[in-house]
Structures are given as structure tokens and as C-alpha cells.
Design a protein around this ligand. Structure first.
Ligand SMILES: [Zn+2]
Length: 330
């Protein structure tokens, strides 16, 4: 059976297990992952059909799923049900204005559109939803993502009670190419990377914060994306490498520095570039994290790609045994 069919079957059986919950989601704004990879009408329902590349998205999700199901062992109990929801720009604008009251937020997002809060380094997950079960209009909170796995406040407890043991993720669908300044296919890869990354978290052993870059690189590699032949500009190339190249943590900073030093960029472009710089610093900056990528002595002199692949293979071979701590390779 192909990985894609297995993915669809797993998602459908989770939908059946959570029928009441799925029925309570806003019907005009919600699309299940199984539909997003298989139903040609799904992107239009999410309002992303003018840029979303459904074939490309399906290929990436399938590769990620193939990697995870190819690992030894049973399908874990916590395989998540995934849904997407069309965002409402007006709700986002109001939430953005509310957050703008806070000085730190204002300083950081002064030149950003509201939807920038959805980009990967910034988003927060909520275990609560707007709307009610009775009105069947439940929606992901504006500028948030939904995860039934995050710790609960009493207001959120109702969803978790309904879902009991099932893990559910909800993602916003918005005009990603405009927010990110890239083409539709690059935005599709960016969108696929996020879910493949999160599927890995639901699947694999818990990752300590310092090992998160290794998790990210392993899941990016699992998507099996190649660089495009041409990009519309340097920025698009950088964004695409960031979400498809497992060695970006080691090669991205010079690219970003050179991009930022050339020519005039508008405030939005600089905001986005700084976002990636910050993300990279978190990924590979502090010494203790760099130590995770320490390489066996005999490998010095080999290419970055070779060495990074070796580290990832070792982590996988050892059954992610040291995923929760420093990776020992000596
Ligand atoms: Zn992560």
C-alpha cells in the first residue's frame, strides 16, 4: 500500500474517532488534511487555490509520512489528526491590534502584517478554539495554531475532554506567498515543512530543546525536496533553502548576511530577514547547541552535507535513544 493511501486511511479513521469534534469545526472554513492532499476542491475552500500547489504538497507529506512509517515499530498511539482552516483577515487584524498594545510586540512587529504572527518562529499553539460546539462554528484562535497537546487552562479543557486520547493539530490557511514574499510553490514547501516537522514531534520520542535543530533537520530531509532551478530573487532562494535543506543551519547565515548587506530592502523584507537570522541563532548559535553537531574526528575534512547526514543517520540508527540529550558519536 502506498504511503499516501496509508496516510489517508489513518486520517480518515481518526476523523471517525472524533466525529463530534470534526462536526463542531466551522464547516465553510475547515478542510481535513486527508482532503487537502486528495480533493482538488479543498484549496479553494481554504482560499489558497491561487497559489497552493496541491501535487507538490502531497509529495512532501507523502515523503515525510513514508520516513516515519518506515521506522521500526508500531504506529504510535499519538498520530495526530490534522485539519486546516481559512483565516479571517478582520479577526487577525483585531487580534494584532490587541497585541500591539504590548511594547515588545510593537517593537518587533512594527513593520509586519498581522499574518506574520503565523510564521513558524513566532506562532503559539492554543488548546482552545473560538466559537462553540453547539453552534458548530469552532475556529482556531486568531494568530494561533491549535494543538490538543499543549498544556491546558480550564477554558481549554473542554476540547481535550472531548478528544480524550486523540492528538489533533489545526493550522491556519492564509496568503502565505504575500506574507513571506515568495512564489506559490516555495510557500507550499514552507507550509509542508511545518506539518512534516510537527508530525515528527507527535511520532518520535520527546526532544529536549537543545536537540530541536536535529529534529528539524531530520524532518526537513524526510521531505526530500531539491532546490529549484531558478528563483525569482535571492530572498526566495534563502526561504526555500531554509525550509528544504537540512544543512541550512550551517550554510544559511552567510547567505542572509550577504542578502541583508546588498541594496535597499523595505521594512517588510528586513523584518523577514531578521526573523530568519533570529531563527538560525536559536538553531545553531549558542555553544551548547553547536556541540550537538560536533563531529567525529575522522570526519573532519568531509563536506558539511556528508557530516550532517552522518549525524542524522546515527540518531535514527540508535532509535532516537539520545534524541532527548546530547548526541554522542565518538
Ligand atoms: Zn519542533
Amino acid at each position: 500500500m502506498s504511503a499516501c493511501i496509508r496516510l489517508l486511511e489513518t486520517q480518515r479513521s481518526l476523523e471517525r474517532r472524533c466525529t463530534d469534534f470534526c462536526d463542531s469545526l466551522h464547516p465553510e472554513r475547515t478542510v481535513q488534511l486527508a482532503d487537502l492532499v486528495s480533493d482538488p476542491a479543498a484549496p479553494q475552500k481554504l482560499g489558497i487555490d491561487h497559489w497552493f500547489d496541491q501535487n507538490l504538497f502531497r509529495r512532501r507529506i507523502r515523503s515525510g509520512w513514508q520516513f516515519l512509517t518506515g521506522l521500526p515499530g508500531e504506529l504510535p498511539r499519538k498520530v495526530p489528526l490534522v485539519f486546516y482552516q481559512r483565516t479571517d483577515p478582520e479577526e487577525d487584524r483585531l487580534e494584532f491590534a490587541r497585541r500591539f498594545e504590548f511594547r515588545n510586540f510593537r517593537r518587533r512587529f512594527a513593520s509586519a502584517p498581522a499574518e506574520a504572527s503565523y510564521l513558524m518562529p513566532f506562532t503559539n499553539f492554543s488548546a482552545g478554539l473560538a466559537g462553540t460546539k453547539e453552534d458548530r462554528d469552532r475556529r482556531i484562535m486568531p494568530l494561533m495554531k491549535f494543538s490538543s497537546r499543549v498544556s491546558l487552562t480550564s477554558a481549554d479543557a473542554r476540547c481535550a475532554e472531548e478528544l480524550q486520547d486523540t492528538c489533533v493539530f489545526g493550522y491556519p490557511a492564509y496568503d502565505l506567498p504575500t506574507v513571506l514574499g515568495v512564489s506559490g510553490s516555495v510557500a507550499t514547501d514552507y507550509m509542508a515543512r511545518e506539518i512534516v516537522h510537527d508530525l515528527g514531534h507527535a511520532w518520535l520520542p520527546p526532544v529536549v530543546h537543545d536537540a530541536e535543530p536535529i529534529h528539524d533537520a531530520i524532518m526537513v530531509r524526510a521531505m526530500k525536496a531539491s532546490p529549484l532551478r531558478t528563483y525569482r530573487d535571492d530572498w526566495e532562494r534563502i526561504v526555500h533553502l531554509e525550509c528544504t535543506s537540512p544543512i541550512f543551519f550551517a550554510t544559511g547565515m552567510p547567505l542572509l548576511e550577504s542578502y541583508m548587506s546588498q541594496g535597499q530592502h523595505d521594512d517588510h523584507a528586513l523584518f523577514l530577514a531578521e526573523m530568519l537570522v533570529e531563527h538560525l541563532r536559536k538553531t545553531a548559535g549558542p555553544k551548547q547547541r553547536l556541540a550537538l553537531w560536533t563531529l567525529p574526528q575522522q570526519q573532519v575534512g568531509r563536506s558539511v552535507e556528508h557530516r550532517v547526514n552522518l549525524i542524522m543517520d546515527t540518531v535514527i540508527e540508535r532509535g532516537f535513544a539520545r534524541y532527548g540529550n546530547q548526541v554522542e558519536l565518538h
